[in-house]
Ligand binder design. Sequence first.
Ligand SMILES: Cc1cc2nc3c(=O)[nH]c(=O)nc-3n(C[C@H](O)[C@H](O)[C@H](O)COP(=O)(O)OP(=O)(O)OC[C@H]3O[C@@H](n4cnc5c(N)ncnc54)[C@H](O)[C@@H]3O)c2cc1C
Length: 311
Amino acid sequence: MAEPMMRQVISRIAGQSWLRKAVVSTPGIREVAWRFVAGEDLAAGIAVLRSLNARGIKGTLNYIGTHVKDEAEAVAAATAAIEALRCVHAEGLDANLSVKLTQIGLDIDEAFCRAQLRRILECAAKTGNFVRIDMEESRYVESTLRILEDMLDVYGADTVGIVLQSYLRQRKSDLERMLARGSSIRLVKGGYWESSDIVYRRKVDIDNAFHQDLKVLLPKGRYPAIATHDARFLVQARRIADEAGMDPRTFEFQLLYGVRPDLQTELIRDGYNVRCYVPYGGNWYAYLLGCVRRIPGGIFRRVSEWIRPVS
Ligand SMILES: Cc1cc2nc3c(=O)[nH]c(=O)nc-3n(C[C@H](O)[C@H](O)[C@H](O)COP(=O)(O)OP(=O)(O)OC[C@H]3O[C@@H](n4cnc5c(N)ncnc54)[C@H](O)[C@@H]3O)c2cc1C
C-alpha cells in the first residue's frame, strides 16, 4: 500500500471510537503499548522515571495530548503539566518536562495558550526545573518560536527551551536564530507527514540536513540535546563532540522510552548523558498511532521492528 494511503488508513482508524474502545481494552495491545508509554496516569510516569534514574538515565515527562480544541481541556492539560513538575520536585527525580503548544490551546487562541504556558513556566521556575516546547507541524513553527522567544525574555534559558526539526526545507536560519537567543535546543530529524515542498522526504536528504545541523549545534549550543535512534548519528555526534574537545557532560542524547534501550545503555556506559522521553496519559492510543503515522519513510520496517521479539 502506498505510504500516503497507509497514513490515511491509520488516521481513519484513529477516528473510530468503537475501535479505540476495543483496542484499549485488549490485554495484548495494552502490553505492547506499555513498552512505549509509561501508563495511563502520572504515577505510572513517575515509576518509569524512578527506574530510568536508577540506571543513570534522565527523563522528560510528557502528558500525552495534542490539538486540543476545548478551553477546559487545555487548562486541564496545563494543570497536569504543573502536577508533573511538582511531583518530580517532591520525589527528587532527575527529569524535566516536554509540552506541546497545541495541547495547551494554540489552536484555540495564541494569548490563551501563552497564559497556560506561563502557568507551567512559573511552576518550573519555582521548582528549579526546565520545560522543553516540542515542535509540531510546520504551520506552527513560526508562532512556536515567537512564543519561545518571549518566554525566554521572562523566564530565561534555564527554564524553557525548544526543538528544531532538520527536515524543514525553508527554515535553515532558525538554528542560528535560536543559537543567537541562547536557547537550549533539542535537534530532531522531524516527525510529521508534510508535503515535499515543505520538508525533505528522502531519507538521504533528511540525514544530510541533520548532519549539517549537528555540526553547527554541538559546538555552539547551550547544553544541546541530540534526539535520534539512528546509531550512525550517535557515532557522528560523538565524533563531532570529540573533535571540538567537548566535555561529554555538556550535551545529551535523547531517545523515546522503549525505543533502542540497548543504545541507551551503551551511551550511559560510555559516559554520555542520556534522557528518555516518557509519555503517559489516557490518550496513549493516539500517541502510538501518531508515532506510526508520523514516522517519515520505512513505516512497515518500523512496525515489524516494534513487533520483533526482544532477544
Ligand atoms: C526524545 C525525542 C523527542 C522528539 N521530539 C520531537 C519533536 O518535538 N518534534 C518532532 O517533529 N519530532 C520529534 N521527535 C521525532 C523525530 O523527529 C524523528 O521522527 C524520530 O526520532 C525518528 O527519527 P530518528 O532520528 O530516530 O531516525 P530514523 O532514521 O527515522 O530511525 C533510525 C532507527 O531508529 C529506530 N526508530 C526510530 N524511531 C522509532 C520509533 N518511533 N519506534 C521504534 N523504532 C524507531 C529504527 O530502528 C530506525 O531504523 C523526537 C524524537 C525523540 C527521540
